[in-house]
Structure formats: structure tokens, C-alpha cells
Design a protein around this ligand. Structure first.
Ligand SMILES: [Zn+2]
Length: 263
């Protein structure tokens, strides 16, 4: 081979080392899954096990046994997806798992969280979806008092939102707890001074909670004269929205990679 041919052969086979490499596409966890795992970690550290309950429920577990009698107006708080099978519905909240957990654990003390998807027959808007996650919590035992509920939720809030957070409780109503309380945490953005995120109130709502209603305890098999308990429910998607300033809940299940790849 002559020198000129050799030079040409080398030239044509040359590798351009300045070319950028081909990107390796890797998947990641969905932002909802990431947030659920944060919940699991914090509650596990505080002694709560994960209890899995079914998505397809019957009317008795979703409503009746949780102290929503037939035709009770509180049922209107949760628009329901019914099926063609009588009394078979998609759960509107994770609370039916409370009954299932109690009936399984009785007479042992209970400390569980019940995470899962819930379904509601609602208009889809930036603020409400037909499916969303809830993380429910349930503690049942002897001598469980409201101070235990308040201390437990306040500790969760500090671990999730930062050690300086203040927590306040407001009286509320749920059929399956009595008394019932909403839980607010001081705004993570403005520290309580008032901003757009907290709508200038200084507070962000993070949970519904209360002492387990005696009727619900009895339906779970626990004698309310001997046992007591507390329950709470939280929305992990809402936490993710607050944390990252996401203004539209529809992004979560629209499978748009431009959204999902940011997490
Ligand atoms: Zn604020």
C-alpha cells in the first residue's frame, strides 16, 4: 500500500472524538411513587406497618361499617363509581381498610398505614382528579388518647416538612371519627407570614384526623369500652404539588414525559 492510500484509509476510518456520546435513556420512579416511599419511611420509623387493602370494595366496607348509613347525607361528600354488580364499587377512600385491618388484627393493638389509590366520580379539574392516592393511618389499643394523635401527627409534620414547622388542629366532621380535626402546618414557603401558596392564611392543610368513632371500633370487633384509637388521612399528591409548586393535579396521570422526567 502506498503512503497516499494509507493516509486516505486512515482518514476515512477516523473517529470524531469530539462527537457527544449517545445518551443512555433510563427510567425513573413516578413522582407519586417517590412521595409514597417518603411516607412509608417516616411512618415506618415511627412504628407503623403498611397494610394493603383492596381497590374494589363493597358498600358495607366503604360506607356502612364506617358509620355512613344508607341515605346518609355524608355519602354525598364522596361521589362514587358504582359497578353493574349490586353493592360493588371502587373505593372512594382508603378508610375501608380500617375495618379489614381491625377484623384481621383483633384483639392485638394496631399501628398501620393504609396507602392506595382512591376513585371518585368527579369533574376533572386542575384541583381534583377521578383517581388519587391516600395514605390512611390507624392506631388502636388501650388508653390511646387524643394527645397521642396530636403528638404523632406533629412529629410526622416535622419529619416531612422540616423541624421548625408549627402544627395546628381545627375542629371538623367525618362520620367515622369523633371528635374530628383537620391538621394544618405553617406554610413551607412564607413561614406563616402569608403568600400565594397558602392563600395568605399562613397555613397549609395536610391531613384529616380524629379519634376512631365507637361505632367503627365495634364494627371492627373492638369493644369501645376497652379500646380506643385514632385515624388520619393524607394526600401524597397534594404534598408533591406543594413541595414542587405544581399547579395542576392532572399532570400526575396524563403520562406526559416532559412532566415525569423532571423528577
Ligand atoms: Zn405562605
Amino acid at each position: 500500500m502506498r503512503a497516499a492510500e494509507l493516509a486516505q484509509a486512515l482518514e476515512s476510518a477516523a473517529i470524531d472524538v469530539s462527537l457527544p456520546g449517545r445518551p443512555v435513556v433510563t427510567g425513573g420512579l413516578h413522582p407519586a411513587t417517590q412521595m409514597l416511599r417518603q411516607f412509608y419511611k417516616i411512618w415506618a420509623d415511627m412504628g407503623f406497618q403498611v397494610y394493603r387493602s383492596r381497590d374494589v370494595e363493597d358498600d358495607a366496607h366503604n360506607f356502612e361499617l364506617l358509620n355512613f348509613p344508607l341515605h346518609h347525607p355524608a355519602r354525598d361528600m364522596q361521589d362514587t363509581f358504582f359497578s353493574t354488580e349490586k353493592d360493588i364499587i371502587l373505593r372512594t377512600h382508603t378508610s375501608p381498610g380500617q375495618i379489614r385491618a381491625m377484623r384481621e388484627y383483633y384483639p392485638e393493638p394496631i399501628r398501620v398505614i393504609l396507602p392506595g389509590m382512591c376513585y371518585r366520580h368527579e369533574q376533572i379539574t386542575a384541583r381534583s382528579e377521578i383517581q388519587f392516592h391516600q395514605v390512611e393511618g390507624l392506631a388502636v389499643g388501650r388508653n390511646i388518647r387524643m394527645t397521642d394523635l396530636k403528638g404523632t401527627i406533629a412529629e410526622f409534620a416535622r419529619r416531612m416538612y422540616g423541624a421548625d414547622r408549627e402544627v395546628r388542629f381545627r375542629a371538623s366532621y367525618f362520620p367515622f371519627t369523633e371528635p374530628s380535626m383537620e391538621v394544618d402546618v405553617s406554610c413551607i414557603l412564607c413561614d406563616g407570614k402569608g403568600c400565594r401558596l397558602c392563600k395568605y392564611t399562613g397555613w397549609l392543610e395536610i391531613a384529616g384526623s380524629g379519634m376512631v368513632h365507637p361505632v367503627v371500633l365495634r364494627n371492627g370487633g373492638y369493644d369501645p369500652a376497652v379500646y380506643s384509637g385514632f385515624a388520619f388521612g393524607m394526600g401524597p399528591e397534594r404534598v408533591t404539588m406543594l413541595k414542587y409548586g405544581i399547579e395542576d393535579i392532572r399532570y400526575f396521570w396524563s403520562n406526559d414525559l416532559r412532566f415525569l422526567e423532571q423528577f
